[in-house]
Design a protein around this ligand. Structure first.
Ligand code: PHE
Length: 371
């Protein structure tokens, strides 16, 4: 006998529960009988059809017929039941009955199902390679929040109050923060350097860490800019760390990343949180440092200079240590170096991609080439 929705006279919780159980059992046994796509359609319609499906009938018969005092309880029960039946119906698949099971139904001449295998995104791949180089040197990985406070992104990194990098031109601030003191205001971190401070607050020296992460700046997207990009920060603090250690470490890392024939070159620069500061250049791995391509044509990636800027670095400014002094970072006792590089730009150069936007558009035809 197929299930028909009974009229309810008894609206006690026990009676409602048993009516619901009976309904579920009926649905389960009908679900098990579905043998073909045709059966499945009939089964779905029978239970779910808006017009006169079993669930609609239950709604009409049980809910609308309920006495006032029982309406709440009945409403809850019917909702539970609807969820349960919907799950059952949605989860029902065409099943073969025992008789037709077995080798006879496997048709090995049918085409297979292609299950696409994912691959690392070129930016993530490049980041992982860079991190691995430093892990071999004994560095560990640290991470920090993308939504950061003004304190960590700027103040504790020794940015003077009116430094241009704080300017709304570069920084994306979270709206509605005006009533908070400046240092507590939230923004999207503009670099991974705030994690230097966060890590030093948690870990006593000596430390050696690399920090991969996403950063944001208010730059309109074009072939070489994106409001969101990736950096890898590095920080080493110990007693007697010198600029020689910085040079040796980064020279080794660049050779490990780009090949043992690359040369490195440090040029003086400025960052509020390092002193002295430098920019690191490597010989252009496209033209090998000559500035020229085959046939004497100009090399574009290095703008014919033969050198490519890869990162900013320097010795940790004593003013930065002052902010974490109480955790063992007395600037009279410890010293350290830090560096920060843009992963996306390195990935562009490495793979010879000519537009940064390809990395973020999610076009499978582009991404498949790295699979
Ligand atoms: N945070 C700097 C930037 O985003 C890079 C940097 C990191 C420079 C660490 C020096 C030391 O430009």
């Amino acid at each position: 006998m197929p299930y028909t929705v009974p009229k309810l006279t008894d609206y006690s919780p026990a009676a409602l529960a048993s009516a619901a159980d009976e309904c579920i059992a009926a649905c389960q046994s009908e679900s098990a009988e579905v043998r073909s796509d045709g059966d499945l359609k009939i089964f779905r319609d029978r239970w779910m059809a808006r017009k006169n499906g079993v669930l609609t009938q239950i709604n009409d018969l049980w809910l609308k017929g309920a006495p006032k005092e029982a309406k709440r309880e009945a409403g809850m029960r019917v909702n539970e039941l609807k969820t349960r039946i919907t799950e059952l119906v949605e989860g029902t698949q065409v099943s073969a009955d025992a008789g037709s099971l077995g080798p006879a139904c496997v048709d090995i001449s049918l085409p297979g199902i292609r299950r696409p295998v994912g691959a690392e995104h070129p930016v993530v791949k490049t980041a992982n390679e860079i991190v691995a180089v430093f892990q071999k040197l004994g560095y560990s990985v640290a991470e920090g929040p993308v939504v950061e406070t003004d304190y960590y992104n700027f103040e504790a990194l020794n940015f003077p109050p009116n430094h241009p990098a704080r300017d709304t031109q570069d920084t994306l601030f979270i709206a509605g923060q005006q009533s908070k003191p400046q240092r507590e205001r939230l923004l999207l971190r503009t670099h991974t350097s705030p994690v230097q401070i966060r890590t030093m607050e948690k870990m006593r020296p000596p430390i050696r860490i690399v920090i991969p992460g996403t950063v944001h700046r208010n730059d309109p997207p074009d072939a070489s800019h994106s409001p969101m990009f990736h950096q890898i920060e590095g920080l080493a603090v110990d007693t007697n760390i010198t600029f020689g250690d910085l040079k040796g470490t980064l020279d080794h890392a660049m050779k490990a990343l780009f090949g043992s024939s690359v040369k490195t070159h440090f040029r003086p620069s400025f960052f509020p949180f390092t002193e002295p500061s430098a920019e690191l250049y490597v010989t252009c791995f496209i033209c090998g440092g000559s500035g020229k391509r085959e046939g004497n044509s100009p090399c574009r990636p290095c703008k014919q200079t033969g050198w490519i800027e890869v990162l900013g670095c320097g010795m940790v400014d004593p003013n930065v240590f002052e902010f974490v002094k109480d955790n063992g970072y007395d600037p009279k006792k410890v010293s350290g170096f830090a560096f920060g590089m843009g992963v996306d730009r390195l990935a562009l150069l490495k793979y010879g991609v000519d537009d940064l936007q390809y990395f973020f558009q999610g076009d499978v035809r582009f991404l498949q080439q790295f699979g």
